[in-house]
Design a protein around this ligand. Structure first.
Ligand code: SF4
Length: 292
Protein backbone atom coordinates (compact mmCIF):
# COMPACT_ATOMS: atom_id res chain seq x y z
CA UNK A 1 0.00 0.00 0.00
CA UNK A 2 1.17 3.48 -0.78
CA UNK A 3 2.21 5.61 2.17
CA UNK A 4 0.68 9.08 2.42
CA UNK A 5 3.72 10.19 4.43
CA UNK A 6 5.84 9.45 1.35
CA UNK A 7 3.49 11.29 -1.03
CA UNK A 8 5.58 12.97 -3.72
CA UNK A 9 5.41 16.78 -3.92
CA UNK A 10 4.99 16.42 -7.67
CA UNK A 11 1.40 15.14 -7.22
CA UNK A 12 -1.41 17.66 -7.53
CA UNK A 13 -3.67 18.01 -4.49
CA UNK A 14 -6.52 15.52 -4.27
CA UNK A 15 -7.46 11.92 -3.62
CA UNK A 16 -4.98 9.94 -5.75
CA UNK A 17 -1.23 10.18 -5.24
CA UNK A 18 2.05 8.42 -6.04
CA UNK A 19 4.55 7.88 -3.26
CA UNK A 20 8.34 7.83 -3.25
CA UNK A 21 8.57 4.06 -3.79
CA UNK A 22 7.67 4.45 -7.50
CA UNK A 23 10.06 2.57 -9.82
CA UNK A 24 8.93 4.53 -12.91
CA UNK A 25 7.75 1.46 -14.80
CA UNK A 26 5.16 3.35 -16.88
CA UNK A 27 2.21 1.06 -16.08
CA UNK A 28 0.01 3.79 -14.58
CA UNK A 29 0.70 6.14 -17.49
CA UNK A 30 -0.48 3.48 -19.93
CA UNK A 31 -3.67 2.69 -18.02
CA UNK A 32 -4.64 6.19 -16.90
CA UNK A 33 -2.79 8.68 -19.11
CA UNK A 34 -5.22 11.44 -18.20
CA UNK A 35 -4.14 11.37 -14.56
CA UNK A 36 -0.54 10.08 -14.43
CA UNK A 37 2.54 11.55 -16.07
CA UNK A 38 6.27 11.21 -15.75
CA UNK A 39 7.64 14.11 -13.71
CA UNK A 40 11.39 14.02 -13.41
CA UNK A 41 12.43 10.41 -12.79
CA UNK A 42 9.11 9.16 -11.36
CA UNK A 43 5.39 9.17 -12.03
CA UNK A 44 2.95 11.59 -10.41
CA UNK A 45 -0.73 12.39 -10.48
CA UNK A 46 -0.81 15.56 -12.54
CA UNK A 47 -4.61 15.72 -12.90
CA UNK A 48 -7.06 14.17 -10.49
CA UNK A 49 -9.64 11.98 -12.29
CA UNK A 50 -12.93 13.91 -12.43
CA UNK A 51 -15.47 11.43 -13.76
CA UNK A 52 -16.32 7.77 -13.17
CA UNK A 53 -14.47 6.54 -16.26
CA UNK A 54 -11.24 8.22 -15.24
CA UNK A 55 -11.60 7.19 -11.61
CA UNK A 56 -11.99 3.61 -12.89
CA UNK A 57 -8.76 3.96 -14.89
CA UNK A 58 -6.93 5.40 -11.88
CA UNK A 59 -8.03 2.43 -9.75
CA UNK A 60 -6.88 0.06 -12.52
CA UNK A 61 -3.48 1.77 -12.36
CA UNK A 62 -3.47 1.47 -8.56
CA UNK A 63 -4.03 -2.29 -8.81
CA UNK A 64 -1.61 -2.86 -11.68
CA UNK A 65 1.23 -0.87 -10.07
CA UNK A 66 3.90 -3.50 -9.33
CA UNK A 67 5.13 -1.90 -6.10
CA UNK A 68 1.95 -0.44 -4.58
CA UNK A 69 3.12 3.15 -5.03
CA UNK A 70 -0.32 4.54 -5.85
CA UNK A 71 -2.65 5.46 -3.02
CA UNK A 72 -5.84 7.31 -2.23
CA UNK A 73 -6.74 9.55 0.70
CA UNK A 74 -10.24 8.00 0.69
CA UNK A 75 -10.73 4.59 -0.88
CA UNK A 76 -13.90 3.94 -2.86
CA UNK A 77 -14.50 0.22 -2.32
CA UNK A 78 -17.08 -0.06 -5.11
CA UNK A 79 -14.75 1.54 -7.65
CA UNK A 80 -11.83 -0.55 -6.39
CA UNK A 81 -13.84 -3.76 -6.78
CA UNK A 82 -14.97 -2.73 -10.27
CA UNK A 83 -11.36 -2.12 -11.29
CA UNK A 84 -10.33 -5.50 -9.84
CA UNK A 85 -13.10 -7.24 -11.77
CA UNK A 86 -11.97 -5.60 -15.02
CA UNK A 87 -8.76 -7.72 -15.06
CA UNK A 88 -7.85 -9.48 -17.23
CA UNK A 89 -8.81 -6.62 -19.51
CA UNK A 90 -10.12 -7.58 -22.94
CA UNK A 91 -8.27 -5.85 -25.77
CA UNK A 92 -9.64 -7.64 -28.84
CA UNK A 93 -10.19 -11.08 -30.34
CA UNK A 94 -9.71 -13.09 -27.15
CA UNK A 95 -6.51 -11.22 -26.22
CA UNK A 96 -6.37 -9.68 -22.76
CA UNK A 97 -3.96 -7.52 -20.76
CA UNK A 98 -3.53 -9.26 -17.39
CA UNK A 99 -2.91 -6.29 -15.08
CA UNK A 100 -1.17 -6.89 -11.72
CA UNK A 101 2.28 -6.22 -13.15
CA UNK A 102 5.09 -7.80 -11.18
CA UNK A 103 8.03 -6.07 -9.55
CA UNK A 104 10.07 -9.18 -10.44
CA UNK A 105 9.84 -8.17 -14.09
CA UNK A 106 10.27 -4.44 -13.32
CA UNK A 107 6.57 -3.95 -13.93
CA UNK A 108 6.38 -5.50 -17.39
CA UNK A 109 2.98 -6.05 -18.99
CA UNK A 110 1.71 -9.58 -19.46
CA UNK A 111 -1.08 -10.89 -21.65
CA UNK A 112 -3.57 -13.75 -21.82
CA UNK A 113 -5.04 -15.36 -24.92
CA UNK A 114 -8.24 -17.35 -24.69
CA UNK A 115 -8.12 -19.95 -27.44
CA UNK A 116 -10.17 -23.01 -28.36
CA UNK A 117 -7.03 -25.20 -28.48
CA UNK A 118 -5.83 -24.04 -25.06
CA UNK A 119 -5.07 -20.68 -23.48
CA UNK A 120 -1.78 -18.81 -23.44
CA UNK A 121 -0.05 -16.55 -20.94
CA UNK A 122 2.57 -14.23 -22.41
CA UNK A 123 5.09 -13.28 -19.72
CA UNK A 124 4.01 -13.34 -16.14
CA UNK A 125 1.90 -11.11 -13.92
CA UNK A 126 1.95 -11.36 -10.15
CA UNK A 127 0.53 -14.63 -8.85
CA UNK A 128 -2.57 -13.36 -7.10
CA UNK A 129 -5.81 -15.10 -6.26
CA UNK A 130 -8.08 -12.84 -8.30
CA UNK A 131 -6.13 -13.46 -11.49
CA UNK A 132 -5.54 -17.16 -10.87
CA UNK A 133 -9.27 -17.65 -10.29
CA UNK A 134 -10.15 -15.62 -13.39
CA UNK A 135 -7.78 -17.67 -15.55
CA UNK A 136 -9.20 -20.84 -14.04
CA UNK A 137 -12.75 -19.76 -14.94
CA UNK A 138 -11.59 -18.94 -18.48
CA UNK A 139 -10.20 -22.44 -19.03
CA UNK A 140 -6.75 -22.45 -17.41
CA UNK A 141 -3.45 -22.30 -19.27
CA UNK A 142 -1.93 -24.63 -21.84
CA UNK A 143 1.18 -22.56 -22.70
CA UNK A 144 3.25 -19.85 -21.05
CA UNK A 145 5.34 -17.95 -23.59
CA UNK A 146 8.31 -16.08 -22.14
CA UNK A 147 9.55 -13.28 -24.39
CA UNK A 148 12.92 -13.04 -22.65
CA UNK A 149 14.82 -13.64 -19.46
CA UNK A 150 13.71 -10.48 -17.60
CA UNK A 151 9.98 -11.12 -17.57
CA UNK A 152 9.52 -14.62 -16.14
CA UNK A 153 8.30 -13.30 -12.73
CA UNK A 154 5.84 -15.90 -11.33
CA UNK A 155 5.69 -18.08 -14.47
CA UNK A 156 6.78 -21.17 -12.54
CA UNK A 157 3.85 -20.86 -10.12
CA UNK A 158 1.37 -20.42 -12.97
CA UNK A 159 2.91 -23.43 -14.77
CA UNK A 160 2.54 -25.66 -11.70
CA UNK A 161 -1.00 -24.48 -10.97
CA UNK A 162 -2.29 -25.08 -14.51
CA UNK A 163 0.10 -27.78 -15.79
CA UNK A 164 1.18 -25.38 -18.53
CA UNK A 165 4.11 -25.78 -20.92
CA UNK A 166 6.63 -22.95 -20.57
CA UNK A 167 8.32 -21.83 -23.78
CA UNK A 168 11.54 -19.82 -23.86
CA UNK A 169 14.50 -19.43 -26.21
CA UNK A 170 17.61 -21.34 -25.20
CA UNK A 171 19.76 -18.21 -25.17
CA UNK A 172 17.63 -16.80 -22.33
CA UNK A 173 16.76 -20.13 -20.71
CA UNK A 174 18.99 -19.58 -17.67
CA UNK A 175 16.06 -17.57 -16.33
CA UNK A 176 13.76 -20.61 -16.61
CA UNK A 177 15.95 -23.73 -17.03
CA UNK A 178 13.08 -26.04 -16.10
CA UNK A 179 10.95 -24.76 -19.02
CA UNK A 180 9.26 -27.66 -20.79
CA UNK A 181 9.94 -26.31 -24.31
CA UNK A 182 13.26 -24.63 -25.04
CA UNK A 183 13.62 -23.30 -28.59
CA UNK A 184 16.95 -23.12 -30.43
CA UNK A 185 18.25 -21.13 -33.36
CA UNK A 186 17.33 -18.02 -35.29
CA UNK A 187 14.56 -19.38 -37.52
CA UNK A 188 10.87 -18.83 -36.85
CA UNK A 189 9.22 -21.81 -35.18
CA UNK A 190 5.53 -22.70 -35.53
CA UNK A 191 4.51 -23.57 -31.99
CA UNK A 192 0.97 -24.54 -32.93
CA UNK A 193 -1.39 -23.48 -35.69
CA UNK A 194 -1.67 -19.65 -35.58
CA UNK A 195 1.24 -19.25 -33.15
CA UNK A 196 4.78 -18.51 -34.30
CA UNK A 197 7.88 -17.82 -32.25
CA UNK A 198 10.08 -15.28 -34.01
CA UNK A 199 13.59 -14.99 -32.53
CA UNK A 200 14.40 -11.28 -32.17
CA UNK A 201 17.81 -11.16 -30.44
CA UNK A 202 19.06 -7.70 -29.54
CA UNK A 203 17.82 -6.56 -26.14
CA UNK A 204 18.86 -10.02 -24.90
CA UNK A 205 20.35 -12.91 -26.91
CA UNK A 206 17.19 -15.00 -26.50
CA UNK A 207 14.52 -12.35 -26.99
CA UNK A 208 11.55 -13.77 -28.91
CA UNK A 209 8.31 -12.35 -30.25
CA UNK A 210 5.07 -14.32 -30.46
CA UNK A 211 2.93 -13.78 -33.54
CA UNK A 212 -0.68 -14.86 -33.07
CA UNK A 213 -3.04 -15.17 -36.02
CA UNK A 214 -1.04 -12.73 -38.13
CA UNK A 215 -2.67 -9.98 -36.07
CA UNK A 216 -1.09 -9.79 -32.64
CA UNK A 217 2.65 -9.47 -32.10
CA UNK A 218 3.82 -9.83 -28.49
CA UNK A 219 7.20 -8.19 -28.36
CA UNK A 220 8.52 -8.22 -24.80
CA UNK A 221 11.13 -5.45 -24.67
CA UNK A 222 12.07 -5.63 -28.36
CA UNK A 223 9.52 -3.16 -29.71
CA UNK A 224 6.86 -0.83 -28.35
CA UNK A 225 4.77 2.22 -29.17
CA UNK A 226 5.91 5.61 -27.94
CA UNK A 227 2.79 7.79 -27.47
CA UNK A 228 4.84 11.00 -27.31
CA UNK A 229 6.48 10.58 -30.72
CA UNK A 230 3.60 8.46 -32.06
CA UNK A 231 6.07 5.96 -33.45
CA UNK A 232 7.46 2.50 -32.82
CA UNK A 233 10.57 2.35 -30.68
CA UNK A 234 13.17 -0.21 -29.57
CA UNK A 235 15.73 -0.23 -26.77
CA UNK A 236 18.66 2.16 -26.84
CA UNK A 237 20.03 1.09 -23.47
CA UNK A 238 20.39 -2.40 -22.03
CA UNK A 239 21.10 -3.82 -25.47
CA UNK A 240 23.04 -7.07 -25.82
CA UNK A 241 24.02 -6.39 -29.46
CA UNK A 242 22.86 -3.38 -31.49
CA UNK A 243 23.47 -4.95 -34.88
CA UNK A 244 21.50 -8.07 -33.92
CA UNK A 245 18.65 -5.84 -32.82
CA UNK A 246 18.73 -4.05 -36.16
CA UNK A 247 18.40 -7.41 -37.97
CA UNK A 248 15.57 -8.37 -35.64
CA UNK A 249 13.65 -5.19 -36.46
CA UNK A 250 14.24 -5.84 -40.16
CA UNK A 251 13.05 -9.43 -39.81
CA UNK A 252 9.63 -8.24 -38.64
CA UNK A 253 9.08 -6.60 -42.04
CA UNK A 254 8.44 -10.15 -43.32
CA UNK A 255 5.30 -10.42 -41.22
CA UNK A 256 1.93 -8.72 -41.22
CA UNK A 257 0.35 -7.76 -37.94
CA UNK A 258 -1.96 -5.08 -36.55
CA UNK A 259 -1.05 -5.05 -32.89
CA UNK A 260 2.22 -4.55 -31.03
CA UNK A 261 1.79 -5.73 -27.45
CA UNK A 262 4.86 -4.79 -25.47
CA UNK A 263 6.28 -5.69 -22.08
CA UNK A 264 7.42 -2.15 -21.44
CA UNK A 265 6.02 0.78 -23.36
CA UNK A 266 2.58 1.26 -24.85
CA UNK A 267 0.67 -1.19 -26.99
CA UNK A 268 -0.77 -0.07 -30.31
CA UNK A 269 -3.14 -1.18 -33.05
CA UNK A 270 -2.56 0.08 -36.60
CA UNK A 271 -3.43 -1.06 -40.11
CA UNK A 272 -0.73 -3.54 -41.20
CA UNK A 273 0.52 -1.14 -43.92
CA UNK A 274 1.00 1.63 -41.35
CA UNK A 275 2.75 -0.80 -39.02
CA UNK A 276 5.17 -1.69 -41.82
CA UNK A 277 5.80 2.01 -42.52
CA UNK A 278 6.57 2.64 -38.85
CA UNK A 279 8.90 -0.36 -38.79
CA UNK A 280 10.75 0.92 -41.87
CA UNK A 281 11.08 4.37 -40.28
CA UNK A 282 12.51 2.86 -37.09
CA UNK A 283 14.89 0.70 -39.10
CA UNK A 284 16.18 3.72 -41.06
CA UNK A 285 16.69 5.65 -37.84
CA UNK A 286 18.66 2.84 -36.24
CA UNK A 287 20.74 2.19 -39.37
CA UNK A 288 21.74 5.87 -39.43
CA UNK A 289 22.56 5.82 -35.73
CA UNK A 290 24.76 2.74 -36.17
CA UNK A 291 26.53 4.19 -39.19
CA UNK A 292 27.38 7.49 -37.49
S1 SF4 B 1 2.75 1.97 -11.95
FE1 SF4 B 1 3.58 2.43 -9.92
S2 SF4 B 1 5.78 2.05 -10.08
FE2 SF4 B 1 4.98 2.15 -12.14
S3 SF4 B 1 5.29 4.29 -12.75
FE3 SF4 B 1 3.22 4.16 -11.92
S4 SF4 B 1 3.41 4.65 -9.75
FE4 SF4 B 1 5.46 4.21 -10.50
Amino acid sequence: MADAKKRLDTNVAGNFFVDATCINCDTCRQLAPHSFEEVGELSAVTRQPEDDGRVHQAYQALLACPVGSIGTERSDKIQLQAAMSSFPLLLEGGVFYCGFNSEKSFGANSYFIQHSEGNWLIDSPRYIKHLVDAIDRMGGLRYIFLTHEDDVADAARYAVKFGATRIIHRADADAMPEAEWIVDGVETVTLSPQFELIPVPGHTPGSSALLYGNRFLFTGDHLWWDPKTRSLDAPRRLVWRSRAMLHSIEKLLNYRFEWVLAGHGDRVKLPPEDMQAHLRFLLDQRRSALAS
